[in-house]
Design a protein around this ligand. Sequence first.
Ligand code: SAM
Length: 294
Amino acid sequence: MADEWQVPTTTDSGIPGDPTTDWAPTGIDVDKPSAARVYDAILGGKDNFAVDRAIADRVLTVMPNARTGAMLNRAILERGVRYLAGRGVDQFLDLGSGLPTVRNTHEVAQETNPQARVAYVDHDPIVVAHGRALLADDDRTRVVTADVREPHKVLTHPDVVQLLDFTRPVGLLLVAVLHHLADADEPARLVREYRDALAPGSFLFITHFSDSTPEGRELEKVFLATLGSGRFRSRATVEDFFTGTDLVEPGVVFLPRWRPDRPVTDEAAYAGLGMIGGIGRLPDRVDEMRSSGA
Ligand code: SAM
């Protein structure tokens, strides 16, 4: 397992990160926490403010191994993207992409296929500023400011349609973002709208907080009280997000059990963590005809 934990967490965006707020893009309220920056703080990154670190501290009090959980999420992101690139996917729509760290989607995908294209989408202006600084010279990536709750705007955004060809398979990533949507946002409907815009043979890749542990249920209260988002949902609910796709083995599972690079041995380090995820494939037309008996 050891290598999987070694996720360095400093960014290389060219924007100085330090405990001050000097580097914040204009218009940012440095007293208002953001999911992207709290996640960065939990990972041990430096692109966060005091208000974000205070929440990260509370999270680590309730769940001392939360950083392990965040790293498991980054690790499955890498395994999943590698899996998709290995299945021939050469274009990715990464929704709620977060602050650039290491082993970002385009870096992993382009190891398999240097021509792979990635559109990153996030609503956090700091994510977008860092992403653009990092990717300024890369014409196969774009960083787009948009709200994932507006699929039509995302899917018709000029930068997205310029980069991605929706008549061909796309890898759609919703990694650690759907839990930041409230039930009232109807995440299942949103996923369906994205899925319906994808060509046969596309893939849906989701990770999500799970309500399976007492620590997770406690953490939900902390997230909702401080950040205002962070819903821990059941496995059945997360499996429902994959409706209309064929789940890739082993299905929706605790993150380190999804196609691990090496046997999972360090169960003690995972105690209390509840993060699940998986990948589903949209059937292509031949498959559909076979399963319907046509
Ligand atoms: N996907 C990355 C990963 O798994 O490492 C980052 C996950 S981070 C926990 C969640 C990201 O989702 C944050 O960057 C946050 O800004 C973004 N996010 C949350 N709600 C969003 C929304 N409604 N629209 C766009 N991005 C959103």
